[in-house]
Design a protein. Structure first.
Length: 319
């Protein structure tokens, strides 16, 4: 199998058919809603919190709330619905999560989106949770991850997932490939291409994004949505603490499988980093939109799906 990653791919331009890049449409329908951009901040404690989730939902951006404050999730769903905003939450597969699904059902609070968020989503226990959610909250758009192979995508879709999340350890804070020898780190983009061959439902590309150009590449190889961690972690609105070092501002960022997140040094597959402070998240989202509009113009189309049709070349590495 030919393997490559984001820094090995350059997309090839097609004849432009729009007069201005501003004419290019970057919106994406994902589940029951349409969003301004095909990007979503990672559901990590240093990337998303309720305040940012509210801002994103109010401004037509997708979000997935993390699962690391489990007792607050029901109130979060109620709060979002009181504001007439969509609710998008994460769950795990522990026994207590079944009780939480029961609580949502009893309260008649069905989140518009639920993400089953585990490091290795190709699992009998994940499939059991898929069936339970679909039986009790059938209206919920169910995202399941993380996966890294076509076999996993086939089985998880067949179990009832409405979308899958692709990426085993390619993120900046992930050390899965070093700790276990497994994962898509270093070949995430070709793993996405591989999985897209069998996927019949939307995929979220999760991890490995380092530049705005990587968004276009993700869409080319099959992603409907792109989940971003480190590039979203350094903003004013991000929940990580601001740290000053050598006269420069940074924000704390750590992986969901890090010792910091777990509060213990067992089965650690993540690390803690400092991310340069990036100002307001709206500025970054605007830049992403403008760069995607430019990418669509180079693709010779008017919307994101034009990116699926372009050709590409492989290079040793892009600086």
């Amino acid at each position: 199998m030919q393997t490559f990653d984001y820094n090995n791919v350059q997309l090839l331009p097609e004849k432009c058919i729009i007069k201005s890049r501003k004419e290019a449409d970057t919106t994406i329908k994902f589940g029951p809603h349409t969003f301004k951009l095909p990007v979503v901040p990672a559901n990590m404690q240093t990337v998303i919190d309720e305040n940012l989730a509210t801002w994103l939902a109010s401004n037509d951006y997708f979000y997935v709330m993390h699962r690391f404050q489990p007792a607050e999730r029901l109130d979060f769903v109620k709060s979002m619905h009181r504001k007439k905003l969509f609710a998008s939450i994460s769950v795990g597969i522990k026994d207590s999560e079944y009780k939480f699904i029961d609580e949502l059902k009893d309260a008649k609070e069905s989140p518009e989106y639920i993400t089953i968020d585990v490091a290795h989503g190709h699992s009998d226990f994940v499939i059991k949770m898929i069936h339970y959610i679909k039986d009790n909250l059938p209206e919920t758009f169910l995202i399941v991850g993380n996966l890294g192979t076509p076999d996993a995508v086939r089985e998880i879709e067949r179990a009832g997932a409405d979308a899958t999340k692709i990426g085993i350890g390619p993120g900046k804070a992930c050390i899965t490939k070093y700790k276990t020898g497994f994962g898509t780190g270093g070949w995430q983009l070709s793993a996405l291409k591989w999985c897209s061959k069998v996927a019949t439902k939307p995929m979220i590309a999760d991890g490995g994004i380092r530049t705005n150009g990587d968004l276009a590449k993700s869409i080319k190889f099959g992603a409907s949505m792109i989940m971003i961690g480190s590039m979203f972690a350094g903003h004013l609105e991000s929940p990580g603490e601001i740290v000053e070092k050598d006269g420069k501002k940074f924000k704390q960022y750590w992986g969901s499988a890090s010792a910091k997140q777990k509060g213990a040094r067992h089965n650690v597959e993540g690390r803690q980093l400092l991310i340069p402070y990036r100002g307001k998240i709206n500025d970054t989202l605007t830049e992403m939109q403008e760069d995607l509009q430019s990418a669509i113009s180079y693709a010779g189309g008017k919307d994101l799906m034009a990116l699926r049709k372009v050709n590409y070349v492989l290079v040793d590495s892009i600086d």
